[in-house]
Design a protein around this ligand. Structure first.
Ligand code: SF4
Length: 108
């Protein structure tokens, strides 16, 4: 990967993160409810169901363990009986494996 493609990938990741944050912060017009956070597809995030260089969803700030809160994955909270069950992600759609990984990974 050359410097140009690294910069391009970095800019793309910043754009996706900014869009997700910006859309999540917008309230519905005339209402008090907040818009649902924007999520991208697994394909766009290059999600995989296995770790990458020791990095995995359960160690990511965006991971929401089954019945838990964001940022309380394996490294951020006590190990519980549901810790290795599929969870959710704040920025990627669908069920997420705690052992998965994607390009939007954000370490705890
Ligand atoms: S952002 Fe990616 S690495 Fe982090 S929890 Fe979501 S799918 Fe997993």
């Amino acid at each position: 990967m050359n410097a140009s493609s690294k910069l391009s990938r970095r800019n793309w990741l910043k754009s996706v993160a900014a869009a997700a944050t910006g859309i999540a912060a917008l309230p519905f017009l005339g209402g008090t409810a907040q818009a649902a956070p924007a999520q991208v597809t697994k394909a766009i995030a290059h999600y995989q169901d296995h770790p990458s260089d020791g990095k995995m969803c359960s160690m990511c700030k965006h991971f929401i363990p089954a019945g838990g809160k964001p940022g309380h994955g394996m490294m951020g909270g006590a190990m519980g009986p549901g810790m290795m069950r599929e969870g959710l992600c704040q920025v990627v759609q669908g069920p997420i494996s705690p052992r998965g990984y994607c390009l939007l990974y954000l370490p705890l």
